[in-house]
Design a protein around this ligand. Sequence first.
Ligand code: COA
Length: 159
Amino acid sequence: MNLIRIEAMKPAHLEQVAVLSVEETQVKFVGTMNEILVIIDNIVHPHVILDGETVVGFFLIDTRYGQCYDFSETDALGLRAFFIDQHHQGKGYGKAAVASLKSFLKSAYPEALQLFLTVNCKNPAARYCYEQGGFTDTGDLYLGGAAGPQHIMQMALKN
Ligand SMILES: CC(C)(COP(=O)(O)OP(=O)(O)OC[C@H]1O[C@@H](n2cnc3c(N)ncnc32)[C@H](O)[C@@H]1OP(=O)(O)O)[C@@H](O)C(=O)NCCC(=O)NCCS
């Protein structure tokens, strides 16, 4: 397994983060880096996935996710824009990062009870990574996404 670590994004990461990208066919699942970076504020927090000092992936933690989506518990966190840079995909980083999320979030957001996400029904590789890393499919679909129906998944953070 790859030795990755997760950190809150710092200004020093920006140069590497700015050039992260996914394949053209994957943009519909997460958007472009420019689209993602403008979402960041004091509510939606950026994080990097590191192998050594190399940024190989990225995700957002939305601290008001539960207040925005009816399917989520009110006080739950949301995982958004999770991706591995296209040059680093297929090396186990995605699975390793998802598997590390719980312990990272328990420490970084100790009050949080649950983490929710949606994943497009046409994105089986991401869904597989999430399942392998401890997420459970709620069995419900979110139909509000621009790229079609999405599975709703959740992971408890307290146990
Ligand atoms: C989904 C994503 C995060 C996976 O990261 P990754 O580092 O490439 O994935 P890994 O190398 O850790 O593992 C991929 C696993 O998925 C499996 N996989 C690949 N394609 C698959 C498919 N079509 N269906 C099911 N599983 C698939 C691989 O076999 C591998 O599993 P294994 O190790 O048990 O054999 C990455 O492809 C990505 O960033 N995609 C674009 C953005 C995206 O879709 N993000 C999710 C938004 S909800």
